[in-house]
Design a binder for this molecule. Structure first.
Ligand SMILES: C[S@@+](CC[C@H](N)C(=O)[O-])C[C@H]1O[C@@H](n2cnc3c(N)ncnc32)[C@H](O)[C@@H]1O
Length: 567
């Protein structure tokens, strides 16, 4: 790859105008904004240095250089100051990396190469990588070149529990060095250190079927192109995944070479290759020693190729700018639904007969940045059903999703079920659901858009036993018929009505009940999955039913019961 043209051989002062001021576009030296006004710290430094070169007195030159020094020298400390700080453990690891006797380690044969403390990316870059993991919702990260693992830890912190950073390094000693820190972090299950030449380690991981949301290239610079091709040509980066390239500026030597420089040549060749790779888009960011972010270019084709409306499959589940209302959301399943819909982007009205409980859930949601309000409502009362809808629309600006989840279960055998139990159960589980649907339907039909999800039960498919609950079973069976009937009446008017039927959910109601808790072992023997449902098991289903991903689903009873209804 040819090196860029060397800087002009004219004396610097001859390349500028007489008074040293930045010139308009045609004569603007590189680094000065087209308006002629320096616009970024680097442009300001360039401008000041140009002034210094043409200064008429020592004071003038010194003054310009001092200002340039202040802008240049203050940049990284300021970026660190206003960025989030690393954890104490990462700080400890950075200090250990800085103070370790790397030359001695090499002399003692502990390391293959003479490692340098400067290899450690540091806290700002660690925070950048951590933010990338968060932004991309990555679950699988490749780090090519781990060194002392500060970036490894920063990225692991942002992963979910089942996520993994595969940290590659050629030095077996570095695995030993990092081990106590990874252990102390409690995140060792999210980190797999693979020792060996990176190309071989990538191959081994690929053979195991491992793929990456993020690949961070930070090992030998001459190897970058090989690693990049290995990852891209073998589809080891998942759709929507990114390649992050460290040291893409190589201390400025990629564009301002001064001498023979293999590393800068390698990075320059790499940057050229990637910026001309038709498969990808790349942005070069002058953070620290330069970080490039490489993403795949969108493809052309029909909606199956491009994704419906150019959205990827996961974007189709997003609920951003939607408003959801959930009844019985003060605890248990309803609370889990509120979090699920909020995390998917919806604003949430938490409706419960108990205002205090609704407010507690709202506090949790707001802690996560989810716009939400608490509404007290008794959905056995028609006026409350109307009011909860009106209050939601007034406070949150609309209504698009309604989950009618409030319900009760009074266990009693058929012969012992009182009229009062029967009426109370039907009043809430059946009439309450219907009246809620009616109130919500008024808004939905008018705007020709809405998603209603009613909570039914596995009891609509079988008679749960040994517990006796005739009123509950019957009331929930009616919920399915209400759902199917409304679904058919409203399907061609933009409103989808479906229901969800959980199996036996492990809630405090069961686990703290002296009559129900003893039944758990018998229930477990009836469930192919071998465990009760958790409220979290239901969360993804509610997002599917609430989103446009389920637009063609009409009057469906989505059963989530670990297989219990099949046995
Ligand atoms: C710049 S340091 C990595 C810094 C680290 N990513 C961080 O954020 O602190 C480069 C590391 O790459 C490792 N390395 C160099 N050549 C390698 C190769 N061929 N395969 C695997 N690792 C290599 C070195 O041992 C060194 O630890």
């Amino acid at each position: 790859m040819p090196a860029p043209a060397p800087p002009s051989s004219l004396p610097l002062s001859d390349q500028m105008n007489g008074n040293g001021a930045a010139q308009p576009k045609a004569g603007t030296p590189e680094g000065v904004h087209a308006t002629g006004q320096p616009d970024t710290p680097i442009e300001v430094i360039t401008d000041l240095l140009q002034r210094a070169m043409t200064g008429n007195s020592v004071e003038e030159v010194k003054g310009a250089v001092q200002k340039a020094l202040a802008v240049a020298g203050g940049l990284d400390p300021y970026l660190e100051k206003v960025s989030s700080k690393p954890s104490e453990l990462i700080n400890e690891l950075i200090t250990a990396s800085m103070n370790a006797p790397w030359s001695d380690f090499h002399a003692q044969g502990k390391t293959i190469f003479k490692q340098k403390k400067e290899c450690c990316a540091g806290s700002l870059e660690g925070q950048f990588l951590r933010s990338l993991v968060q932004l991309t919702h990555a679950t699988s990260v490749l780090e090519v070149g781990m060194f002392t693992g500060t970036s490894t830890l920063a990225m692991a912190q942002a992963l979910p529990d089942f996520g993994k950073v595969y940290a590659l390094d050629i030095e077996p000693f570095l695995k030993e060095f990092t081990a106590p820190y990874f252990e102390k972090s409690g995140l060792q299950n999210r980190i797999e250190v693979v020792v060996g030449p990176a190309n071989e380690s990538i191959e081994k991981l690929a053979q195991r079927g491992v793929r990456f949301d993020i690949a961070f290239l930070d090992a030998d610079k001459s190897g970058y192109l090989g690693y990049y091709k290995q990852l891209m040509d073998n589809d080891l980066i998942v759709p929507g995944g990114i390649v992050v390239v460290d040291n893409s500026l190589m201390k400025g030597r990629v564009y301002a070479p001064s001498e023979e420089d293999e590393m800068a040549d390698a990075i320059r060749e790499f940057n050229e290759y990637v910026s001309n790779d038709p498969r990808v888009e790349v942005v070069a960011i002058p953070l620290r020693d330069g970080i490039n972010i490489v993403t795949r270019r969108p493809v052309k084709g029909d909606e199956i190729v491009t994704g419906v409306g150019s959205s990827n499959i996961l974007q189709r589940f997003k609920l951003v700018s939607k408003v959801a209302l959930i009844t019985g959301a003060g605890q248990g399943i309803g609370r889990a639904f509120a979090h699920a819909l909020g995390e998917a982007g919806a604003a949430v009205a938490v409706v419960d007969i108990n205002k205090g409980k609704a407010e507690e859930v709202v506090a949790e949601l707001r802690g996560k940045g989810i716009r939400s309000i608490a509404i007290q409502a008794d959905v056995t009362q028609k006026k409350d059903c109307k009011r909860m809808v009106d209050e939601t629309v007034a406070a949150l600006g609309g209504l698009h999703i309604a989950v009618n989840n409030a319900g009760i279960n009074r266990n009693a055998s058929a012969e012992e079920t009182s009229e009062e139990d029967w009426d109370a159960t039907f009043s809430l589980n059946t009439k309450g659901v219907f009246m809620s649907c009616q109130a919500e339907g008024e808004v939905f039909l008018a705007q020709k858009y809405g998603k209603i999800i009613n909570t039914a039960s596995m009891a609509t498919l079988l008679v749960p036993h040994p517990q006796k609950q005739i009123a509950y079973n019957s009331s929930k069976a009616a919920v399915v018929k209400i759902t199917q009937t409304l679904a058919c009446e409203w399907a061609d008017r933009g409103v989808n009505v479906n229901c969800i039927s959980p199996g036996i959910v492990e809630t405090a109601l069961i686990m703290e009940s002296p009559t129900l808790k003893p039944l758990v072992s018998e229930w477990l023997s009836q469930i192919p999955k071998g465990r009760l449902a958790s409220v979290a098991d239901l969360q993804t289903a509610i997002v599917y039913l609430a989103s446009d991903a389920s637009n063609y689903m009409v009057g469906h009873n989505l059963v989530i019961e670990g297989g219990q209804s099949l046995w």
